[in-house]
Design a protein around this ligand. Structure first.
Ligand SMILES: [Mn+2]
Length: 435
């Protein structure tokens, strides 16, 4: 008895210490620094012996833009530094390192403009877990040596624009390619820490949808809905939108990339709302279509249910092993066999597949259209399902989109807390905040 309770106590203490260990794990942007190290090690192992990968950070943005770090640089460093470069070398490199980070020394004036940035010093080694950190000014000399052993280099986008000349000077024989194919393989399966951030992004996005639906009424401008959603995003910890909000009412719902958001909404309109909050560099992507008056017309409702049924069909079929292309085909067939018809731009009657004009799905992560290695679904992947029908002759555009995590046996709908059944969507619009 005593022994058992003693064992229990030890067990509890172990549990406590592991809880604290988790709480104490140093993180950058919600990701443990050990996970960044793992990512760098994996990229290193993907490199053949004659290759290196060079990933540059973004530079200072032009005045009218806010800063956002390059996703691939962020994925490997967790740093929002400017003018920095990460070099990844293969495991057997004669240079003896597998990852070297080059950081600029910040001038007094630059610090006043940018705020303090991590410096190439001991403290940055500790906070990032990157052992080899050098001054940015040492990069050219390092590259001359590195290119002797590794004449083929893979670059991210900022590196292509800022380093191509330097590389050709360092070695005129250099072969330059993109690092995106390897990064896609790394980034497509999400870790538990990444999934936790994506759930936060989904929560903030749902809050945005709810705030917007409450605000929606005939006479309101599309930009007022945009403002309501933006405020809700930020209140839920989102730094920014993952992509420009699409708030298309009436005829604008049929313009797939509409984001001017400046029309006054009329009674009877459908309002297509495609928005996603970014949280700690991970974004959600959720679409709902709301009836401006709080009630679908019978025709709107019939088409809405067709789209919703397509979504439910795809969600049921989604599981490890299937490809996004195969899912897309199933939805196309579903629309082709649907009993509803609509008229095309020439007045001819068509089956519904004629009005489904975009891809059903895409990968989701640090970027809204995340890097995609084009592999069958695997547990840990996160992707969207977003069937839609666009019928300009009727002024009707409908899309419904949710975000999914692939599990061992199927998918988990991460955005299921946001209503999508027609009655529930109508109720969301009718439930006005009392002031
Ligand atoms: Mn999408």
């Amino acid at each position: 008895m005593r022994c058992a309770s003693f064992a229990k106590m030890i067990g509890l203490m172990l549990l406590w210490s592991s809880v604290f260990a988790v709480a104490d794990t140093p993180t950058l942007w919600g990701i443990p620094i050990s996970e960044y190290a793992q990512r760098r090690a994996q990229l290193s192992q993907m490199l053949e012996n004659d290759r290196i990968a060079i990933l540059a950070s973004e530079g200072s943005p032009p005045t009218r833009m806010k800063f956002r770090q390059d996703s691939n640089f962020m994925y490997l460093t967790g740093l929002e530094t400017v003018n920095s470069v990460l070099v990844i070398l293969p495991p057997e490199s004669p240079l003896g390192e597998s990852a070297v980070l080059f950081l600029p020394r910040q001038s007094r004036v630059a610090r006043l403009f940018e705020g303090p940035q991590p410096e190439p010093d001991e403290q940055t080694r500790r906070t990032t877990g990157i052992e080899a950190i050098q001054e940015r000014s040492a990069l050219s000399a390092f590259l001359i040596e590195a290119l002797r052993a590794h004449p083929r280099v893979l670059l991210n986008r900022p590196a292509r624009t800022t380093l191509t000349d330097t590389l050709r000077e360092a070695n005129p024989e250099v072969q330059i390619g993109g690092v995106e194919r390897l990064m896609a393989r790394l980034r497509v399966v999400k870790s538990p820490a990444e999934i936790a951030l994506m759930r936060k992004a989904v929560q903030a996005s749902i809050a945005g949808h709810r705030a917007l639906a409450q605000r929606l009424a005939p006479g309101v401008y599309e930009y007022e809905l945009e403002g309501a959603a933006q405020e809700a995003f930020r209140r839920h910890g989102s730094e920014r939108e993952g992509y420009p909000m699409i708030i298309g009412s009436g005829p604008n719902a049929c313009i797939l990339h509409y984001n001017a958001n400046k029309r006054q909404i009329r009674a009877g309109d459908l309002v297509l709302v495609d928005i996603g909050a970014e949280y700690s560099y991970y974004t959600a992507d959720i679409t709902r279509t709301y009836p401006a008056s709080g009630k679908f017309t019978p025709r709107q409702r019939a088409l809405y249910v067709a789209v919703l049924d397509a979504l439910k069909l795809a969600e049921k079929e989604a599981k490890p092993g299937i490809t996004l292309g195969q899912l897309h085909q199933k939805v196309v067939e579903f629309f082709r066999n649907h009993k509803l018809r609509a008229k095309d731009e020439n007045g001819n009657e068509r089956t519904l597949d004629h009005f489904f004009v975009h891809g059903l799905s895409h990968m989701l992560g640090m970027d809204v259209h995340d890097l995609d290695p084009n592999l069958p679904l695997r547990p840990g992947m996160v992707f969207t399902i977003e069937p839609g029908l666009y019928i300009p002759a009727e002024g009707i555009g409908i899309r419904i989109e949710d975000d999914y995590l692939v599990t061992e046996t199927g998918v988990e709908n991460l955005s299921r807390a946001l209503p999508r059944e027609p009655e529930a969507v109508e109720r969301m619009v009718r439930a006005k905040r009392r002031r």
